[in-house]
Design a protein around this ligand. Structure first.
Ligand code: SF4
Ligand code: SF4
Length: 565
């Protein structure tokens, strides 16, 4: 098996040797082995190649001289001695006639090198038979662009987007417009020139100098949205994203991984929320998804729906009656698993409402733990549910700030409460509810005590570190210096506000309207004050702020039941 990393690799050539080819796209759990021999700031993909070689997952590898990282990878892989056949293909930056001739020469040299290594003869018949059909059907699709997307990530995107997904990154969408019949009568030089022409005629990647065809892709009427992938420490594609994002008219989601399987897993909520943004989160056909039993209950005129928001800190429930009015709410700490907390919270909300659980005809779940609750009829991301809930509570809100236990989110919504954009920070704990909990513990206070005590601050102390671990050391050292606790808390509030406010301001500037804060941290007046100062705007806060996600979920359940009425 010959592994390759780039769509410009002449894999049909190897098929002419009777060899199978596969993309090297291992997303390891970590870079434990690679980190021992490669520099820490090598791009994640480069590390993944080295890791795969060290783990013995490939021993015949063709790289291309794509960028400096790839050249470093070649040198490191060569130094391991673990590859029986390792080749760096010389790829041009242009697709003009002169470069095509050079590339044909490079393909020829590769053929000679493989013949010399394997002792096998190139078979023209096998080569010509290996060309795959390349026609792309015209239909609406989501384009996955940017730098390479692994099979794991591509599958995750396809599983969560209700539309065709076309992977147009380094290894996907390999389409050659070459006709083998024409090549049959050619001599080898002419045949490889035609082959080089076909390889270079593919949709150009960002490394190619001429981006005209790539720019046209962004205007394709069938392109309904773009998921743009970048890899940590890959300057190339971070740069392209910055240059295109202002001009793209279709919905655009940027995702970044470090090419580990863990980083791919963290993207699920973003991809699902993007899908909901594009297609509308719910199928509003009243005939689908509602059982006969539920339908009977609805006909009786008295029924309820519920939304469950399963967060890492609390599990919230909102029950709505047949008139769309809130009947009961419940917030309990999440403990003992998402499923158990959801059942407990729902049972408590049912008891508070004085109703029977059987009278609830539909349940929508949301939040971090929604995938683990199997009693719901639907599951919608917290991003879409917060938008729905916030719009219900105040239709003037255009930017929502949600500080959750595990992440922070800024959500931009339109006048109907639909999500138009969102930003999330879910890779580190800085600025999250977990950060505040840890700081409260360090100060020996409860979260409630911390939220009131910080209001008495006098001295403006700056906590310079955003990292939870370093911020904790800073707090310990400030306590040792006998600094006033209120001043330390204020410093922490300002540090959270600067992190969260930066996200919110990016969206708020483009979508003027009121800001709202949702989630449990909306009860923390110190954070609210610091955020208002950072944003230069008032935050809309209400009693139901913590329940916004559950409320949105319940409203989706209600809409489903009443659609078509
Ligand atoms: S950026 Fe271009 S040249 Fe580099 S690996 Fe991707 S497709 Fe190949
Ligand atoms: S293009 Fe980016 S991801 Fe690919 S090898 Fe180069 S630096 Fe790494």
């Amino acid at each position: 098996m010959i592994h390759y990393v780039c769509k410009y690799t002449p894999i049909e050539l190897f098929k002419g040797f009777g060899e199978e080819c596969a993309v090297l796209e291992e997303m390891p759990e970590n870079f434990e082995m690679s980190d021992q021999i490669a520099h820490a700031n090598l791009c994640g993909f480069g590390k993944s190649v080295i890791q795969a070689i060290l783990e013995g997952k490939a021993d015949q590898l063709v790289l291309v001289n794509c960028c400096d990282s790839m050249r470093r990878v070649y040198d490191i892989v060569a130094s391991t001695g673990k590859c029986k056949f390792l080749y760096m293909l010389d790829l041009p930056h242009e697709d003009n006639e002169c470069e095509k001739v050079k590339f044909a020469g490079a393909i020829h040299r590769l053929k000679d090198a493989y013949e010399a290594y394997s002792g096998q003869q190139f078979d023209k018949e096998l080569f010509l038979r290996s060309f795959a059909e390349s026609e792309k059907e015209r239909e609406p699709y989501i384009g996955v662009l940017g730098v390479r997307v692994s099979g794991v990530l591509e599958d995750m995107i396809q599983d969560n987007i209700q539309m065709k997904v076309d992977n147009l990154t380094c290894t996907g969408g390999r389409r050659l417009a070459v006709l083998p019949e024409e090549m049959e009568t050619m001599d080898e030089d002419a045949m490889f020139l035609a082959y080089a022409d076909a390889l270079l005629a593919q949709m150009p990647c960002f490394r190619m100098n001429n981006s005209t065809r790539r720019n046209q892709l962004y205007l394709d009427p069938d392109l309904k949205g773009i998921i743009y992938h970048t890899i940590k420490f890959c300057d190339y594609y971070g740069f392209e994203y910055a240059s295109i994002k202002k001009n793209i008219k279709v919905p655009l989601l940027k995702i970044e991984t470090d090419f580990t399987s863990q980083s791919a897993g963290q993207l699920l909520t973003r991809i699902q929320a993007f899908s909901e943004t594009i297609e509308g989160s719910e199928d509003m056909d009243p005939g689908t998804g509602i059982s006969e039993e539920a339908r009977k209950k609805m006909k009786s005129g008295v029924y309820y729906v519920a939304g469950i928001d399963s967060g890492s800190t609390s599990t919230d429930v909102v029950i709505i009656d047949q008139n769309g009015k809130i009947k009961s709410t419940m917030i309990i700490p999440t403990g003992g698993g998402a499923m158990m907390s959801a059942e407990k919270s729902l049972a408590a909300a049912v008891e508070k409402a004085g109703i029977q659980e059987e009278d609830i005809v539909r349940i929508v779940t949301t939040g971090y733990g929604r995938a683990y609750i199997d009693s719901g009829d639907d599951s919608i991301t917290e991003i879409t549910c917060h938008a729905k809930g916030a719009h219900y509570l105040n239709p003037n809100v255009r930017t929502i700030i949600d500080i959750g236990g595990q992440d922070i989110k800024a959500i931009s919504i339109d006048e109907h409460g639909a999500v138009t954009n969102f930003l999330m920070n879910d890779k580190c704990a800085a600025g999250t509810g977990r950060f505040l909990e840890m700081m409260a513990r360090t100060l020996g206070l409860s979260l409630e005590e911390m939220s009131t005590k910080g209001l008495e601050w006098k001295e403006n102390i700056v906590i310079s570190s955003m990292c939870t671990v370093f911020a904790e050391s800073e707090v310990v050292s400030l306590v040792a210096q006998n600094k006033n606790v209120a001043d330390i808390i204020h410093g922490l509030n300002v540090s959270v506000a600067s992190k969260v406010g930066a996200l919110a301001a990016r969206l708020g500037k483009k979508n003027p309207g009121e800001y709202m804060m949702t989630g449990g941290v909306a009860k923390n007046q110190g954070i609210i004050n610091a955020l208002e100062e950072k944003l230069g705007a008032k935050l809309y806060i209400c009693d139901e702020a913590q329940l916004c996600g559950a409320l949105g979920a319940a409203l989706f359940a209600y809409e489903k039941c009443t659609a078509g009425e």
